[in-house]
Design a protein around this ligand. Structure first.
Ligand code: SAM
Length: 243
């Protein structure tokens, strides 16, 4: 009987190809199949990070999202469409695993930190051997390029999604020593409103595509909300402690 392949969730770091770990690079090169989630018509960030490391004989397996927006006309529901898509992607990956081929699913940053790999992991890890290789996540890449310590001494860090409703985001931010706000994009305007209401706008720092060759660090108050892209985040660093 064929020995099944391994499912590998491979964190490839936030953008700079040198921020991939030695282990991730080894497993990437050894995997006969390299899968990655990608929007229709796009190359994909994770793929862009590892492209130069691929060996000729590897099969590429793009898993193309069927929708790019969470707002769909009735009777379609985003949750249902995306859940069906993950079911199908898991079946397609499982075929390779059953045939004895390892599948490396590359993820920007870390696979278990808002990474779509987790939806394959949840569906397949009870059935196949699975290994997850952690990656440098975007908030740490962001802090590095902004040159700002995130948390001093006994402070706690809150990681918040920009998708949260205004009042909920405000409540959580008001309680935070330090915070990272992810998933900006069309949420940018609301997030800026909340930071301004809390008097945090001057302390907040903004970065787009941190550690990538086209990264952009803009003073928070000068960010154009119309162009704020999805691959951006805001850091509200902890109050400096002199040490
Ligand atoms: C689906 S999550 C993926 C997070 C990723 N797995 C990680 O470990 O950072 C996408 C969000 O991560 C953030 N992000 C990912 N890469 C980024 C980068 N290089 N610079 C700034 N933000 C980034 C953005 O907030 C984006 O909306």
């Amino acid at each position: 009987m064929t020995q099944p392949g391994r499912l590998i969730g491979l964190g490839v770091g936030p953008g700079d190809p040198e921020l991939i770990t030695v282990k991730a690079l080894r497993l990437l090169r050894e995997s006969p199949v390299v899968a990655y989630f990608v929007a229709k018509g796009k190359k994909g960030n994770a793929f862009g990070i590892i492209e130069a490391h691929l060996q000729g004989a590897q099969s590429l397996m793009p898993l193309v999202y069927p929708v790019t927006t969470e707002v769909l006309p009735a009777p379609l529901s985003y949750e249902q469409v995306i859940s069906d898509f993950y079911d199908q992607a898991a079946e397609d990956v499982a075929q390779h695993l059953q045939a004895g081929r390892d599948v490396a699913v590359i993820c920007e940053g870390d696979p278990f930190f808002y990474g779509s790999y987790m939806y394959l992991h949840d569906r397949l890890a009870h059935q196949f051997e699975a290994e997850v290789v952690p990656g440098v996540c975007s908030m740490l890449g962001g802090a590095s390029v902004l040159g700002v310590p995130l948390v001093y001494r006994n402070q706690s860090l809150s990681v918040l999604s920009g998708v949260l409703p205004h009042d909920e985001l405000k409540r959580r931010l008001a309680d935070a020593d330090a915070a990272v706000i992810m998933k900006l994009g069309r949420n940018f305007h609301k997030v800026r409103e909340v930071l301004t209401e809390l008097g945090l706008a001057d302390r907040a720092l903004y970065v787009e595509r941190a550690t990538m060759s086209n990264q952009k660090v803009v003073p928070f108050n000068e960010v154009d909300p119309m162009s704020s892209p999805y691959f951006s985040l805001i850091i509200v660093p902890g109050e400096r402690w002199q040490g």
